[in-house]
Design a protein around this ligand. Structure first.
Ligand code: V47
Length: 379
């Protein structure tokens, strides 16, 4: 599969050698991979790394997403989810009872949740105490259910509203029962692009600093990259390298999620040549290059909501090892025009994974495995 002559003809000899030796790729290597016309050659290298880490396992999680509000002070130009004020059409704000009702409904099914994923817009007035109470209420309902909640952007917003440090916010939320943070809000780190897509959001430095603080407290986090909008390959490589550097320092990233930009209801409009069917190839290539560059982050998620259920399992052959989960209700991608369903059953996810040639492994929020029947686990 990794024939030396073929890789030499593509000008990828030294990259192939580094990958086989488990050596770190340089930013220039990353750019070469983005520009290589043969994406199967890039994909085969990423598959090699993915199999070295996880064999042919593909992970999924039985989870429930809850978005507590879409009212947000940040005004990001790409975001179709957010509303500026509570009285705007399409705005919503959930009460604590609403959150618990959703949790009870999910728990009433035979799913037995292994992750509760809670995020929302940066609401102008809701106090930190409300979020502490919410986590405590969830923990009182089911103390075994890992709560993965709040992006670094929300953490910075809470700190600003309360007039305390982000570290203090993290400590209070951890005290209430927070075990993990999702990877949203990273978008693209470049300082010249951020003002165009998310001018008021926590900047790259703050986003990365908060990850380091969470990791220092033992809160594991995920990380993301929003791609396929106004950024170039150079910006993507810069983003991946900054994540890799942070991971070298603080070590708590569990999973990277490349998020393909969904344009349909977004105010950020792209030129025709950027929104065509070639975007599927770009998504697979980005998964593969990310797997190869992020040598210190164990997992890579092909998020089926954003990549769609047709492409996400293909990404398992391009370096991804996780599809996310049952979800039940998703608003951020769907308000931006995602055509995928709101949720999948365990049977559907396992079928998708098996039909794609992988062994399904159920995991919880922190990637502890729950039913590992893969040949590797039986050895
Ligand atoms: O931060 C917003 C992105 C993110 C659009 O950590 C968009 O396990 C595409 O981070 N097109 C939220 N993307 C989702 C997210 C996530 C999802 C699943 C699992 C995990 C995890 C994290 O969605 C936002 C933003 O980067 N987003 N609008 C859009 N139009």
């Amino acid at each position: 599969m990794l024939d030396a002559t073929y890789y030499a003809a593509l000008g990828l000899s030294s990259i192939r050698e580094k990958v086989l030796a488990g050596e770190r790729l340089s930013p220039e290597d990353g750019l070469t991979l983005f520009n290589c016309p043969d994406i199967t050659a890039v994909g085969a290298l990423a598959l090699h790394v993915r199999c070295r880490l996880h064999g042919h396992k593909a992970f999924y999680v039985v989870n429930r997403q809850i978005n507590y509000t879409n009212v947000c002070v940040n005004g990001c130009t790409f975001c179709a989810f957010r509303r500026d004020a509570e009285d705007e059409p399409g705005a919503f704000v959930l009460s604590l009872d609403d959150v618990l009702a959703r949790l009870r409904a999910a728990d009433a099914t035979p799913l037995h949740l292994d992750e509760l994923h809670i995020v929302g817009g940066c609401h102008p007035t809701r106090p930190l105490a409300w979020f502490e109470e919410m986590i405590r209420a969830v923990r009182a309902f089911n103390s075994n259910l890992p709560v993965k909640a709040f992006t670094a952007v929300e953490i910075e917003h809470f700190a600003r509203l309360e007039g305390i440090s982000t570290l203090e916010v993290l400590k209070r939320l951890q005290n209430a029962g927070l075990v993990m943070m999702p990877g949203g809000g990273a978008e693209i780190f470049d300082e010249t692009l951020r003002p165009q897509i998310c001018p008021h959001k926590a900047d790259a430095k703050a986003w990365l600093r908060i990850q380091g603080e969470a990791h220092s407290l033992g809160i594991a986090t995920n990380c993301t990259m929003l791609f396929g909008h106004i950024e170039s390959y150079e910006h993507r490589i810069d983003h991946l390298c900054r994540l890799r550097e942070q991971q070298d320092k603080s070590g708590g990233f569990t999973c990277f999620i490349p998020l393909p930009f969904l344009t349909e209801h977004s105010r950020l409009k792209l030129p025709e040549d950027k929104v065509g069917p070639q975007r599927g190839l770009d998504q697979l290539r980005t998964v593969a290059v990310s797997r190869l560059m992020l040598d210190n982050i164990p997992h890579l998620k092909a998020y089926w909501i954003m990549m769609a259920p047709k492409l996400a399992p293909v990404a398992l052959w391009y370096g991804a090892d996780d599809l996310d989960g049952t979800i039940t209700e998703e608003r951020i991608g769907h308000m931006a025009g995602a055509q995928s369903a709101q949720g999948m059953t365990i049977e559907e996810l396992e079928h998708l994974i098996r039909e794609s040639g992988f062994t399904p492994v159920r995991r919880n929020a922190t990637f502890n495995t729950l039913n590992d029947e893969s040949p590797e686990a039986r050895q």
